[in-house]
Design a protein. Structure first.
Length: 222
C-alpha cells in the first residue's frame, strides 16, 4: 500500500486547514489512480471530510491516528466499505509529548484500541476491515515505546491485524545517537523484524526496499 498524508503528525506539529489538506492529498490520489499504480491507497488523516474526498477518488484505506475522534469518521468508512486503521495517540500532535504518563502502557493502549474498534463496528464498519496500531511515538516516552515493542504480542492477541509504524522515529535517535532521521535505518529495521516476530501484519516504513528485503530473507531462512 501507499500511505498519503497532507497534515504532519510529528510531535509538536500544528494542524492545517481542511482546504489545505485536501489541496495536498487529492492531486496525489488522483495522479496515482490515473497512472494505474498497483497498490492500495491509504489516506492518512484525522478528518472525515478529507477521508471522504480521498475515498471518492480511489483510496481504499483510512489511516486515522486519532482512532475516530472526528464523529463522522466511522460513518465515512462504513459507507465506502473502506479498511480502517485505528491508532492510539495521547492528546493531539501538538500536545502529545507533554509529559505522557501511564500506569501500564500496554494494558491502557490495548483497552483503548479495543474500545475504539467496538465503536467502529457499532457504527457499521466491518470488523474484518479494522486494523490496530499501538501508536509508537504518539504520546509516549522512550520507556513507553520500548514496553510496547517488547509486548507487541498483546496487541496481536486482540484479534485484528496490527500495523506498526516505528520507522525513523525519534526514540530510535535516542537509542542510537542518530539525530538525522534518515540515518536511523538500522534501528527501523530492528523494529520491523521485531514486528514480524510478534505476528504484526504490516509495517509502515520509509525505506521500503531495505525493509522488504530484510523481512523476505528472514522469512526464507526461518
Amino acid at each position: 500500500m501507499l500511505d498519503i498524508g497532507g497534515e504532519s503528525t510529528r510531535p509538536g506539529a500544528a494542524p492545517v486547514t481542511r482546504d489545505e489538506e485536501l489541496a495536498r492529498v487529492l492531486p496525489v490520489v488522483e495522479g496515482l489512480v490515473a497512472a494505474g499504480v498497483e497498490a492500495d491507497l491509504s489516506i492518512d488523516t484525522r478528518h472525515a471530510a478529507v477521508a471522504d474526498e480521498a475515498l471518492e477518488r480511489g483510496a481504499t484505506i483510512i489511516n486515522d491516528v486519532s482512532a475516530g475522534t472526528d464523529p463522522a469518521m466511522f460513518e465515512v468508512a462504513a459507507r465506502h466499505g473502506a479498511s480502517l486503521v485505528l491508532m492510539h495517540m495521547r492528546g493531539t500532535p501538538t500536545t502529545m509529548q507533554a509529559e505522557p504518563t501511564y500506569d501500564d502502557v500496554v494494558a491502557e493502549v490495548g483497552a483503548y484500541l479495543d474500545e475504539r474498534r467496538s465503536a467502529a463496528v457499532e457504527a457499521g464498519v466491518a470488523a474484518e476491515k479494522i486494523w490496530l496500531d499501538p501508536g509508537i511515538g504518539f504520546g509516549k516516552t522512550l520507556k513507553h515505546n520500548l514496553a510496547l515493542l517488547q509486548d507487541l504480542e498483546a496487541f496481536v492477541r486482540l484479534g485484528s491485524p496490527v500495523l506498526l509504524g516505528a520507522s525513523r522515529k525519534s526514540f530510535l535517535g535516542a537509542l542510537t545517537g542518530r539525530s538525522d532521521p534518515s540515518e536511523r535505518l538500522a534501528g527501523s529495521l530492528a523494529c520491523a523484524l521485531r514486528a514480524l516476530e510478534a505476528g504484526v501484519r504490516g509495517v509502515r516504513v520509509h525505506d521500503v526496499r531495505a525493509t522488504f528485503e530484510l523481512l523476505d530473507v528472514f522469512t526464507r531462512i526461518r
